[in-house]
Design a protein around this ligand. Structure first.
Ligand SMILES: CC(C)(COP(=O)(O)OP(=O)(O)OC[C@H]1O[C@@H](n2cnc3c(N)ncnc32)[C@H](O)[C@@H]1OP(=O)(O)O)[C@@H](O)C(=O)NCCC(=O)NCCS
Length: 179
């Protein structure tokens, strides 16, 4: 099991990564229902503010349990949460993790996710002693595959029927970066 910090703030030229806080709950709601966020991640199709608060609380619990490190992405000139980037599958305490991300459509196309994922990947390699970080991406999700490519990830092909969602198993394209 990894010991994750209670508080974390990572600053880059383009984005700041910081802990989710309860005040972010209203900003989460509009992202739910965005077709690609919901189709390509575990974000639900609809969300009340209470459910948003519960999601933020679950991230705190997963952090305390050492299993998931989720951070809000914000721009340099505005403290609004624009998206999420996380390192998951830390349960084993081993040298591998999985990365995930989503961004509010209003903030896309500015390289924010590439910058955010790069910061978190560097932090994971430096602080969690990771050797490999994996991206599991649905084949039709070209934007996310482009992010992986921009981050220098290698394509490892398709892992068939490896992701369970909505009652069925989906093929995933697998990408990875190593230390
Ligand atoms: C994936 C996602 C985070 C990318 O956000 P973004 O703001 O476009 O990301 P960035 O600006 O950092 O970079 C994306 C790169 O992909 C490219 N791109 C964006 N949309 C694309 C598309 N539909 N097809 C191909 N490339 C695309 C951009 O041009 C950019 O490349 P560039 O820097 O060479 O110009 C965003 O589309 C999203 O939130 N999607 C829904 C959730 C999701 O799919 N999460 C990942 C699950 S595996």
């Amino acid at each position: 099991m990894h010991t994750l910090p209670d508080e974390l703030r990572l600053e880059g030229d383009r984005v700041i990564l910081r802990d989710w806080c309860d005040e972010d709950a209203p900003a989460l709601a509009p992202v739910c229902g965005e077709w690609d966020v919901c189709a390509f991640t575990s974000v639900p199709w609809s969300y009340s503010e209470a459910e948003a608060l519960a999601w933020i609380e679950r991230q705190r619990q997963k952090r305390a349990a050492g299993t998931v490190l989720a951070l809000a992405i914000q721009g340099r000139d505005d403290d609004r949460a624009l998206g999420n980037v996380n390192l998951a599958r830390l349960d084993g305490g081993g040298r591998e993790a999985a990365i995930g991300y989503w961004l509010d459509p209003v903030a896309r196309g500015r390289g924010f996710v590439t910058a955010a994922a790069s910061l978190l990947i560097d932090w994971g390699f430096a602080n969690l002693d990771l050797e490999r970080i994996e991206f599991a991406i649905l084949p039709e999700n070209l934007a996310s595959q482009h992010v992986a490519e921009r981050l220098g990830a290698s394509s490892e092909g398709v892992r068939e029927r490896s992701h369970e969602a909505e009652g069925r198993l989906w093929d995933m394209t697998i990408w990875s970066v190593g230390r």
